[in-house]
Design a binder for this molecule. Structure first.
Ligand code: NAD
Ligand code: MG
Length: 398
């Protein structure tokens, strides 16, 4: 039995780890079973995409940046593979009849159309790409029900919650506790990190990830996005979600049940395990993940988050309560601000200021609770334009 997989964003941190997971699974499975890559996608890293195509021999490959497609063709002239381009190419490979699982690992809202089209085809969607869930969680989860699609979390915290929830019934859940390493600025005070450099921000103490999520971990915006992600994935009200700092990143998250039992999932900080579980669920198979030896880790510590230094956390809860297009504004302002920070155009402290500014100033007509996809995309556009305007006018930037 072969399982056919599309990897959206195969050249990124999650994408390359997914290929490692597939190698690990196939090397330990009997010959008649395997996980096969039918389609891959990349954006600008065409050289790595070409190497992946040579090695994994997919039938299709999508190059989402049309300018890079030509460059990509040049790398693989001797190979027979169908090349698709643009957003349409991504949605096509997410919908292929042969595909069983779509591993969604594009970064940001760019992954939204392909995630939605996989859901509408009733696929299993192993979702790492958290931004679409933040922006359109209500829509994606309700359409998943409607079309019989399975949404399996890849984000390590959400995979841990998904696994822990299996220990009881939904109505028996008292709360969900999302853990966080605390990022590179755990223990710092707000005034000390306002001017943090790109190198300081990108030096995450535990996880090696793509640049956007690494910046999000430093602002703790990543945890704010994850609160909203959990709210939709597990249909839990924000009052039942808590955040706990756990610098060792061994306990990936936990669920407390009404009787007081706390069920947690543990493992080394490596995305291979949550990726693999989303591919093999409901089975557990031997793979490439290294074993946890608690006697080597020795000590697990926990502390409450510093909400004053990291105001993004409170914003996450605010947006999770509010719902509607506010989440699209929140996410878009952050995407635009992080991009500006990575381009050297703003200070680290400006990221949160820009997000707050957009949340305080978005037009009333974006308030709709049951926002349609078009309204959400409009809210995204509004916030990105607002960030550009702020940068032009140096407002609210010092
Ligand atoms: P990354 O930057 O390493 O990779 C991003 C991928 O998306 C690349 O393949 C890139 O080619 C593609 N891409 C970028 N811009 C695109 C665009 N405009 N259109 C189409 N494709 C585009 O990112 P990552 O760290 O692998 O993260 C991917 C997603 O998974 C993010 O949403 C992130 O929050 C989430 N996630 C990542 C980790 C991690 O450990 N890296 C953990 C949990 C969740
Ligand atoms: Mg996470």
């Amino acid at each position: 039995m072969r399982k056919w997989i599309t990897i959206l964003g195969s050249t990124g941190s999650i994408g390359t780890t997914t290929l490692r997971v597939i190698d690990g699974l196939n090397s330990s499975l009997a010959e008649e079973r395997s996980f096969e890559v039918i389609a891959l996608s990349g954006h600008s890293n065409t050289k790595l995409l070409a190497e992946q195509v040579r090695r994994y021999k997919p039938k299709y490959v999508a190059v989402s940046d049309p300018d890079c497609a030509e460059q990509f063709r040049g790398h693989i002239k001797d190979i027979n593979v169908e090349i698709l381009t643009g957003e349409e190419g991504l949605t096509q490979i997410a919908q292929l009849d042969e595909v069983e699982t779509v591993l969604a690992a594009i970064v940001g809202i760019a992954g939204l159309p392909a995630v939605l089209s996989a859901v509408r085809k009733g696929k299993r969607v192993a979702i790492a790409n958290k931004e679409p869930l933040v922006i359109a969680g209500k829509l994606i989860t309700s359409e998943a029900k409607q079309y019989g699609a399975e949404l399996l979390p890849v984000d390590s915290e959400h995979s841990a919650i998904f696994q822990s929830l299996a220990a009881g019934r939904r109505e028996e859940v008292a709360k969900i506790v999302l853990t966080t390493s605390g990022g590179p600025f755990r223990g710092c005070k707000s005034e000390d990190i306002q001017n943090a450099t790109k190198n300081e921000v990108l030096a995450h103490p535990v996880w090696r990830m793509g640049p956007k999520i690494t910046v999000d971990s430093a602002t703790m915006m990543n945890k704010a996005l994850e609160v909203i992600e959990a709210r939709w994935l597990f249909d839990v009200p924000p009052e039942k979600i808590e955040v706990l700092v756990h610098p060792e990143s061994i306990v990936h998250s936990m669920v407390e049940f009404v009787d007081g039992s706390v069920i947690a999932q543990m493992g080394l900080p490596d995305m291979a395990l949550p990726i693999q579980y989303a591919l093999t669920y409901p089975e557990r198979l031997a793979g490439c993940a290294k074993r946890l030896r608690l006697e080597e880790i020795q000590r697990l510590t926990f502390e409450m988050p510093d909400r004053k230094t990291f105001p993004s956390l409170e914003m996450g809860f605010e947006i999770a309560r509010k719902g509607g297009a506010a989440a699209a504004v929140f996410n878009a302002a952050n995407e635009a601000a992080v991009e500006s920070f990575l381009a050297g155009a703003i200070k680290f402290g400006n990221i949160i200021e820009l997000v707050r500014h957009c949340l305080d100033n978005y037009p009333q007509q974006l308030e709709a609770q049951d926002a349609t996809l078009e309204e959400l995309l409009e809210a995204d556009k509004w916030a990105k334009k607002e960030v550009t305007e702020c940068l032009k006018n140096h407002q609210p930037l010092p």
